[in-house]
Design a protein around this ligand. Structure first.
Ligand code: 5AD
Ligand code: SF4
Length: 464
C-alpha cells in the first residue's frame, strides 16, 4: 500500500491484483454517485487493505459489505434503500456479515439508518474513513458504529488509492474536497463540508505513481476545480488551479490530463490558456449551465447570468477551437416559467453542447431551496420539459457527431467494445467515444482513427 513515509511513495496498485484471502476478513464495496465517490471508495479500500482486510468481488462471499452512497437526488437515495433490502436478504443466510452505509447518505440519514434499518451496522460520513478499521471492530461487538463528523482539514493526502477502474488506462485524482458554493438546490455542502485542497506535491506524486502503474490518462477531480488553492507555508504565492494544471501537464507529457468540474462563475481565461499550450491536456470542458434563465440562476445562487455563461463559452471557442463542451441542466426548478424553460432550450441550441446530463429538479430537505422556495412546478410539467431538453440535446449531439465524419482523431484505447469482440473502444481528447476494428491494438495505445459513421452515443471509424 502506498503511504507517504519519509517522502517515499510506493504504489498502492489495482483492485484486480488483490485476491480474496481466506485468512483475512473480506470487504465488498459498491459505489453510487459522482466521480468523487469512486475516488473515495478507492481510499476506503486502501485504508482497509493497509489494516489487514482483503477484497471480495461478490457481496455473498464478503465479511463486510460497504455501500458508498449519493444524496444528490431522491432517486439516488431510493436506489440505495433498495440495495439495503438485498443486503438484508444476503445477511439472513449469513448472519455474520457486517453492512455499512458510507458517504453522503450516511451524513444525511444517520438517524433513520441507525434506527430503522436493522441490517445497517455502520454509518460513516466522507471525512471519517480513517476510523473505519476501529468502527468495524466496534460494530463486530454488536453495537452500531457511527461517525459522520465533517472536517475542515481531512484530505486523505497520505493515502494512495487502490485503483478500481476497469481498464487500467484512466484514473481519477481527487485534488480537493467539499464545496463552498451553496447553490440553493444542492446537498453537497451539507454532505461533504467545506472546501479543502491537496498539496500539489502529493498530487504530482500520485500522478507519478499512476505512470509507474502504466496509466495513460488522469482526471483531476473536485466539486469545483476552479476554487483549487494551495499556499505553501514557506512562500507567499498561492497556487491556483491553472498553476496546478500546468505543473501536472509538464510533469507527465506522455499522459493525457482531464479535469472536472469547472464552475462558470470561476472558470478563468488562465485555465483556457494553459489548456491551449499543452497538447496533453484534453480539449474538453464540463461546464454545468443548470438553467438558461438569469432569474432562475439567481434563485439557484449560481453567481452568474445567462450573458456571463455565453461570454465564457465564447472565450472557450476562441481560445480552444474544437474543444468539446458538456453541461448539466436542471429543469423545473422552483417557479420556472415556460419562457424561462425556453431560455434554457435556446441557450443549449446556441452553445451546441456535445453532451449533457439532464435532470428534473428534486427537492433536497435542508437545502436553501427547500427552506425558502416552493417546489411548485408540477411533476408532469417537469417531465415534459425534461423530454424537450433531452430531445434537443439528442439533436445537438447528433449534429456534433455528424460534423466529426471524415475527421481523424487520436483515440486512447480503453478496452473491447461491448457490442463486438473484434472492435475496440476509446476516447478522443474531446472525450468522444470511438469504436473501431482493431485487432492489432491494446488498451493504453493511442490510435489515429478516421471517423466514417456514428450511432446515437458513439463515433465509428477505421484506423489510418
Ligand atoms: N435536483 C436535480 N438535480 C440536481 N443536481 C444537483 N442537485 C440537484 C437537485 N436537487 C444536478 C446538477 C449538478 C449535477 C451533479 O446534479 O445539475 O451539476
Ligand atoms: Fe452525490 Fe454529491 Fe455526494 Fe457526489 S458529492 S456522491 S454527487 S451527493
Amino acid at each position: 500500500m502506498m503511504k507517504v513515509t519519509n517522502n517515499i511513495i510506493s504504489p498502492a496498485g489495482h483492485i484486480s491484483d488483490l485476491l480474496p484471502d481466506q485468512n483475512k476478513p473480506r470487504v465488498y464495496i459498491e459505489t453510487y454517485g459522482c466521480q468523487m465517490n469512486v475516488a473515495d471508495s478507492e481510499i476506503v479500500l486502501s485504508i482497509l487493505v493497509e489494516n489487514g482486510y482483503s477484497v471480495s468481488h461478490d457481496p455473498k462471499q464478503a465479511d463486510i459489505i460497504l455501500i458508498n452512497t449519493c444524496s444528490i437526488r431522491q432517486k439516488a437515495e431510493q436506489k440505495v434503500f433498495k440495495r439495503l433490502d438485498v443486503f438484508s436478504r444476503i445477511r439472513k443466510n449469513n448472519p455474520g456479515i457486517l453492512v455499512g452505509v458510507i458517504g453522503c447518505m450516511a451524513e444525511r440519514h444517520k438517524e433513520q439508518l441507525v434506527n430503522n434499518f436493522q441490517v445497517v451496522d455502520l454509518v460513516i460520513g466522507p471525512d471519517a474513513y480513517r476510523k473505519l478499521p476501529d468502527l468495524i471492530k466496534e460494530a463486530g461487538t454488536g453495537q452500531k458504529a457511527v461517525n459522520v463528523l465533517l472536517s475542515h482539514e481531512e484530505t486523505y493526502a497520505d493515502i494512495s488509492p487502490v485503483r478500481m477502474d476497469k481498464n487500467r488506462v484512466s484514473a481519477f485524482i481527487s485534488i480537493m474536497r467539499g464545496c463552498n458554493n451553496m447553490c440553493t438546490y444542492c446537498v453537497v455542502p451539507y454532505t461533504r463540508g467545506r472546501e479543502r485542497s491537496l498539496d500539489p506535491k502529493i498530487i504530482l506524486r500520485e500522478v507519478d505513481n499512476l505512470t509507474r502503474l502504466g496509466y495513460k490518462e488522469v482526471t483531476l477531480i473536485g466539486q469545483n476545480v476552479d476554487s483549487y488553492r494551495w499556499k505553501p507555508k514557506e512562500k507567499d504565492i498561492e497556487i491556483s488551479f491553472s498553476g496546478l494544471l500546468e505543473k501536472v501537464a509538464e510533469a507527465v507529457p506522455e499522459m493525457r490530463i482531464r479535469f472536472s468540474t469547472s464552475h462558470p462563475k470561476d472558470l478563468p481565461d488562465k485555465v483556457l490558456s494553459v489548456m491551449s499550450r499543452y497538447n496533453n491536456i484534453c480539449k474538453h470542458i464540463h461546464l454545468p449551465l443548470q438553467s438558461g434563465s438569469s432569474r432562475i440562476l439567481g434563485l439557484m445562487y449560481r453567481g452568474y447570468t445567462r450573458e456571463w455563461y455565453i461570454e465564457r463559452i465564447k472565450a472557450i471557442k476562441k481560445t480552444l477551437p474544437g474543444c468539446s463542451i458538456s453541461t448539466d441542466i436542471i429543469t423545473g426548478f422552483c417557479s420556472e416559467t415556460e419562457e424561462e424553460h425556453k431560455e434554457t432550450l435556446s441557450l443549449m441550441e446556441w452553445a451546441g453542447f456535445d453532451f449533457a446530463y439532464m435532470f428534473k429538479y428534486s427537492e433536497r430537505p435542508g437545502t436553501k431551496a427547500a427552506k425558502k422556495l416552493n417546489d411548485d412546478v408540477p411533476e408532469e410539467v417537469k417531465s415534459r420539459r425534461l423530454t424537450e431538453i433531452i430531445e434537443l440535446q439528442n439533436k445537438l449531439s447528433q449534429r456534433a457527431k455528424t460534423k466529426d465524419i471524415n475527421r481523424v482523431y487520436e483515440v486512447l484505447v480503453e478496452g473491447i467494445s461491448k457490442k463486438s469482440e473484434n472492435d475496440l473502444f476509446g476516447r478522443t481528447s474531446q472525450n468522444k467515444v470511438v469504436v473501431f476494428p482493431g485487432k492489432n491494438y491494446k488498451p493504453g495505445d493511442i490510435v489515429k482513427v478516421r471517423i466514417n459513421d456514428c450511432t446515437s452515443a458513439t463515433l465509428l471509424g477505421e484506423p489510418v
